[in-house]
Design a protein around this ligand. Structure first.
Ligand code: SIN
Length: 480
């Protein structure tokens, strides 16, 4: 499919209200066949530095735009994103690989952050705190200033809007560096922000070297806040680089999500929940099930039912209507899946369905393995692909202990019909998010984020807005 003729297609950068190109460029490839779709700019350090200065100037006006007006502009943007859902989804599928149905879902999910924060823009409430009669304690919430975001390839739209929408709602300006694999969705989104009337310099999309731009963002005293979604390794590096300029940070990093399926679970609901959380985006999701712990009494039946569903998954071109699993992003992603499967099998696990080697392009066949144990690689590392490892457990406390036996703490899932068990287990899990009897937890109204090495800060919900606001305390004395 040729996406270059679409009305939202763009391959220049959106900087300070101008579409700019550069001599040096970067190829954007279709993971389906590695063909080149187009090229995007590799912006020079000077251009990025100038963009930061311009964003600082723009912020001085933007923070004084009435909240109602900021809200209205965000709402315009939301409407345009939804009007262009099909075009945006096509661009996403072609550059990222995910099935069109999922890409459309992601555009709606991305737009929902813009809608949510268009409403929150009007609610930057402060406080008046009672104290001694002769004075008042006032708390103002103020925009933090110029922000920067570095976003991943697995959700090329939603990871941008859930950072940009609260930033703009709060009165901040922001520069986004999208993943080099998926800049076209980001640029298309920016095109619609322009059409929505969001002033130049307020939202900018810049492409180029991730390392160089990351260094500029983190070292610049202009950037007051950095938001990053990606690996724990890079997140920690960005955190260290940001230390000298003492930036506020939001980091959504790696996961290793456990799913706990108890004897009391509704089995069909649990099987569907695991399918939803494991195979969304071909398993390339930070909140994807990585370890599936199933209690012994239902173990065999659960594995049998899951096998039927996994066998029914259709691997193919994301543009085909019946595709469930598109190509993975690159060969490296497939090698990691294969490494985890082979390691598990070599240590005593058994193959239920699927395969250990995928030699054809970026295709990776969904694979189910049972009798997995804590010493295997897939128990320790995030697989980020369509591999479902099943572990057996006897006691509730064993499942909780095994789930928590990781440096990560992003999402976790529990399937049980026992109300006391759901409370006990939800409290026992050391995770930022717990899905109970569901495999789908993402929602603009909910606080998304992790604990431990999975990051800091929350995105979405009223808490997501606070990440872009500073608290100013004003002490009003001698008021008699
Ligand atoms: C992620 O994989 O980082 C985000 C997934 C989501 O928002 O549901």
């Amino acid at each position: 499919m040729d996406i270059t003729h679409l009305s939202v297609f763009e391959n220049k950068c959106w900087v300070n209200g101008v579409w700019i190109s550069s001599e040096e460029t970067l190829e954007v490839k279709n993971p389906l066949d590695n063909s080149v779709i187009t090229e995007v700019p590799v912006l020079s350090d000077e251009v990025v530095l100038q963009a930061l200065t311009d964003a600082e100037i723009a912020q001085k006006s933007w923070k004084n735009v009435a909240p109602n007006e900021r809200s209205r502009l965000l709402r315009n943007w939301f409407d345009l994103l939804m009007q262009h859902q099909d075009e945006l989804a096509a661009i996403m599928t072609v550059e990222q690989g995910k099935p069109l149905r999922e890409a459309k879902g992601e555009i709606a999910y991305a737009a929902s952050y813009v809608e949510w924060f268009s409403e929150e823009a009007k609610r930057g409430y402060g406080d008046i705190i009672p104290t001694v009669p002769s004075s008042e304690i006032l708390v103002f919430k103020e925009a933090i200033g110029v922000c920067a975001a570095i976003t991943p390839w697995n959700f090329p739209a939603a990871m941008i809007t859930r950072k940009v929408a609260p930033a703009l709602a709060a009165g901040c300006t922001i520069l986004v560096k999208p993943a080099s694999e998926t800049p076209l969705t980001a640029l298309a989104i920016a095109k619609l922000a322009e059409r929505a009337g969001i002033p130049g310099g307020v939202f900018n999309v810049i492409t180029g070297s991730s390392t160089k731009i990351g260094k500029i963002f983190t070292e610049s005293p202009i950037v007051k806040k950095l938001s990053f979604t990606g690996s724990t390794e890079i997140g920690a590096k960005l955190m260290a680089q940001s230390a000298p300029t003492v930036k506020k940070l939001s980091l959504e990093l790696g996961g290793n999500a456990p799913v706990l399926v108890f004897n009391s679970a509704n089995l069909d609901q649990a099987v569907q929940g695991v399918m939803d959380t494991k195979f969304r985006n071909a398993g390339q999701t930070c909140v994807c099930a990585n370890r599936i712990y199933v209690q012994s009494a239902i173990y065999d039946e659960f594995v049998a039912k899951l096998k039927v569903k996994v066998d029914a998954l259709k691997v193919g071109n994301g543009l085909d209507a019946d595709t469930d699993i598109g190509p993975l992003i690159n060969r490296k992603a497939i090698q990691k899946v294969e490494e985890h499967i082979k390691d598990a099998l070599s240590k005593g696990a058994s193959l239920v369905t699927g395969q250990t080697e995928n030699t054809d392009g970026n295709w990776c066949i969904p694979t189910l393995v049972k009798d997995v144990t804590q010493d295997m690689l897939c128990a320790k590392e995030e697989t980020f692909g369509p591999f479902a490892p099943i572990f057996k457990f006897e006691q509730e406390q064993d499942a909780i202990a095994m789930s928590n036996d990781t440096e990560f703490g992003l999402a976790s899932y529990v399937f049980t019909q026992d109300i006391n068990q759901f409370i006990r287990v939800s409290r026992g899990l050391e995770y930022g998010m717990v899905g109970v009897n569901t495999g789908l937890i993402s929602n603009a109204a909910a606080p998304f984020g992790g604990v431990k090495s999975s990051g800091i800060g929350r995105e979405g919900s009223k808490y997501g807005m606070d990440e872009y606001l500073e608290i100013k305390y004003v002490c009003l004395g001698n008021i008699n």
